[in-house]
Write a protein that binds this ligand. Structure first.
Ligand SMILES: [Mg+2]
Length: 118
């Protein structure tokens, strides 16, 4: 992740695009989410699965664009992606023990799911 974060930084510096615009980048992420959602909105799970399979390029674009934006936001906010990801995974390991998570089937505590968040 460090390598990818540095590549995005260089990409932006080379184009003089490394100016601060976190709010706009966050809004840009909602645009990317909307593009992916547009493929599968308001359909049942079976149809969603089929549409995702039929539109793999669209979802590859979504993941690539979203990663680019996340790495760019990390650069602008001084976040180390490796450190942030490790911290998040450690938190998730503690909050969602496998035995309890499998039994509950989901993480929505309000709906009876498991979440050991303190
Ligand atoms: Mg896009």
């Amino acid at each position: 992740m460090r390598e990818a974060q540095d590549e995005v930084k260089k990409f932006d510096v080379d184009r003089d695009w490394d100016h601060y615009c976190v709010k706009d980048l966050l809004l840009n992420m909602t645009e990317e989410v909307g593009e992916a959602w547009n493929v599968i909105k308001w359909v049942d799970k079976d149809t969603e699965k089929r549409l995702v399979a039929e539109n793999q390029d669209e979802f590859e674009d979504f993941v690539g664009d979203a990663l680019f934006l996340i790495l760019k936001i990390a650069n602008q906010t001084g976040v180390d992606c490796d450190k942030a990801f490790k911290r998040t995974m450690q938190d998730y390991y503690e909050r969602f023990p496998p035995e309890k998570a499998r039994k509950a089937g989901h993480a929505n505590k309000l709906a009876g799911g498991v979440d050991e968040k303190r």
